[in-house]
Write a protein that binds this ligand. Sequence first.
Ligand SMILES: Cc1cc2nc3c(=O)[nH]c(=O)nc-3n(C[C@H](O)[C@H](O)[C@H](O)COP(=O)(O)OP(=O)(O)OC[C@H]3O[C@@H](n4cnc5c(N)ncnc54)[C@H](O)[C@@H]3O)c2cc1C
Length: 319
Amino acid sequence: MHNEHFDAIVLGAGPAGLTAAIYLSRARIKTLVLNQGTVGGQMILTHEVANYPGVEHVSGYALANIMKKQAKEFGAVLKTVRTIDDIALLADKKTVSVNGDTVYTADVVILTPGGRSRTLGVPGENRFKGHGISYCATCDGEFFTGKEIVVVGGGNSALEEAVSLTKYATKVTIVHQFNHFQGFQHAIDEALNHPKIEVMTETVVNEFYGDERLEGVMLRNLKTNEVKPFATDGVFVFIGYQANTEGLNGVVELNKWNEIVVDANMQTNVEGVFAAGDAIAKRFRQITTAVGDATTAALAASAWLHERKRERKPAFANS
Ligand SMILES: Cc1cc2nc3c(=O)[nH]c(=O)nc-3n(C[C@H](O)[C@H](O)[C@H](O)COP(=O)(O)OP(=O)(O)OC[C@H]3O[C@@H](n4cnc5c(N)ncnc54)[C@H](O)[C@@H]3O)c2cc1C
């Protein structure tokens, strides 16, 4: 078994993890970033980021590569791992075992595993993701200016985002599986009374179709079982969000949605363990918010490390 010690380990290399790595390594903290998946996280799924301040238009992939380069140039070590076998985070000993052959230890850990939108899991969904299917109105709404779109879902996110998408789309059709909505009454009223919004209840998406881009959805009426094509320029799916915290259950405190609970300094319930980005309990999930949380987490982690080293330093002998 190979063993290696770092001052800090960052778990996840999306915008939150890369930002934490930039701040930590620039502060001369020996930092390891372990990433399960592609560096850049969800950011690389978007072909154009148009709302990152200071950069007018950039692909998610290019932005991820700039962040990665910055982190490496400041000295962070980035490793892509096959599997994280075990994470043990105690106040005085933090261990991450990977790939069945290596154990990394650190004084502080920053958790940035991100998350994923729940998907419908129907044919055509993977093919048209980013080519007509989106899971983020703030990110992609503008691309559907003057178009007719479908919103799938019946909770607060679907209702609120359907209303927000009317800023761009000429018509929004909400497709929802039940005959009642699960949102707040004011959100339901606003959506149902909106002149640009139509609603199809007791209806589900069976399949997405198109050629290069999405052209429509096959809708199934759950009362009659009839399946009909419905032409549309785009579909926004809002059926829930899932934090990538499967391996963190029992390691740090999670809320009932399995999101990591943090304080104002992004510290978890375990001393010296911080978290940032889409995996924490919060309302808005964007690159900017991930980067902001991670800045706080990294600065708080640096201060925590500094304090701890000072406490451990032997006092000068009074001679
Ligand atoms: C299609 C799409 C388009 C978007 N467009 C925009 C946009 O235009 N503007 C905007 O601001 N936001 C956009 N977003 C949202 C934005 O991408 C996210 O808010 C942001 O990426 C979250 O960053 P993060 O670092 O917290 O997590 P993520 O980006 O999810 O990155 C987490 C990383 O950690 C890895 N990981 C998971 N578990 C572990 C583990 N146990 N150990 C190690 N690594 C792990 C993951 O594989 C991933 O690489 C978009 C999202 C999507 C899905």
